[in-house]
Design a protein around this ligand. Structure first.
Ligand code: UTP
Length: 225
């Protein structure tokens, strides 16, 4: 299978140390023995911190996004270092480069591309671009809930939802640099139009990536309708 895995920066760089990079490198290396693997990594807290500095300079949101993208590429580069020779040694800056580099047969790791969306979108567009069989979004929560689980104790994990239903729920969310909510709209539109099998799962445990690839019931599955 050809797999695109999006790993949130909030997972990878949460504790500001090497551990999650190393854990993911081991898992990705194993997955790559049987599958073609593309990885998109997010910016996490360092991206938001840097974005805040640029926002305070009053440069406009697109420049804030630009700085966010640079941070995602630093995270991508660190994962690339953790993967040593199993990975193509350059971070693609766009989808064409990602496809070109994949001819090497190695794992591809990238961060952001252009302003005005998050790495969720990058992963969904990449999955469409390379005709991936599966998109797995590893985030800091278990999946999508019926309501905010931090506020409501009776919030339930949604096991399956269509992209159309998800768009309804998410519309109205913020679209500012560093604050693209839970899952960004562009990503859902891409999933809707491209018959892409998508799973959102908790990336705190990197084994959840393996479970999702195996088709085990985990997180929230987005049906492409
Ligand atoms: P992320 O996609 O990592 O945002 O990129 P995030 O929502 O904070 O995700 P987590 O915490 O990693 O899960 C960081 C910021 O970089 C800019 C956006 O401003 C985004 O919020 N960005 C990223 C872009 O503008 N374009 C991209 O292609 C990627």
């Amino acid at each position: 299978m050809r797999i695109v895995a999006a790993i949130g920066g909030s997972i990878l760089i949460k504790d500001y140390n090497y551990k999650k990079f190393q854990e993911y490198a081991e898992i990705l290396e194993k997955l790559a023995e049987e599958h073609e693997v593309f990885v998109v990594v997010g910016g996490g807290k360092p991206a938001r911190d840097y974005i805040q500095i640029v926002r305070d300079l009053d440069c406009g949101e697109a420049k804030c996004d630009d700085i966010g993208i640079e941070v995602t590429r630093i995270n991508a580069k660190i994962l690339l270092l953790a993967l040593e020779n199993k990975v193509y040694q350059k971070v693609p800056h766009n989808f064409q480069e990602a496809l070109e580099y994949s001819a090497s047969g190695k794992i591809i790791v990238m961060g952001g591309t252009e302003p005005a969306h998050s790495t969720d979108s990058v992963s969904a567009v990449l999955a469409e671009y390379v005709k991936a069989d599966m998109l797995i979004n590893l985030t800091s929560v278990d999946g999508m809930y019926s309501k905010d689980p931090n506020k409501y104790s009776d919030a339930k994990l949604i096991e399956e939802i269509t992209a159309t239903e998800m768009l309804e729920v998410i519309k109205g969310n913020d679209v500012k640099a560093g604050t693209y909510e839970f899952f960004d709209m562009t990503a859902i539109h891409m999933i809707k139009r491209s018959s892409l099998e998508t799973v959102i799962a908790n990336g705190e445990d990197p084994q959840n990536l393996v479970k999702a690839v195996k088709g085990e019931k985990i997180g929230t599955k987005i049906i492409s309708k």
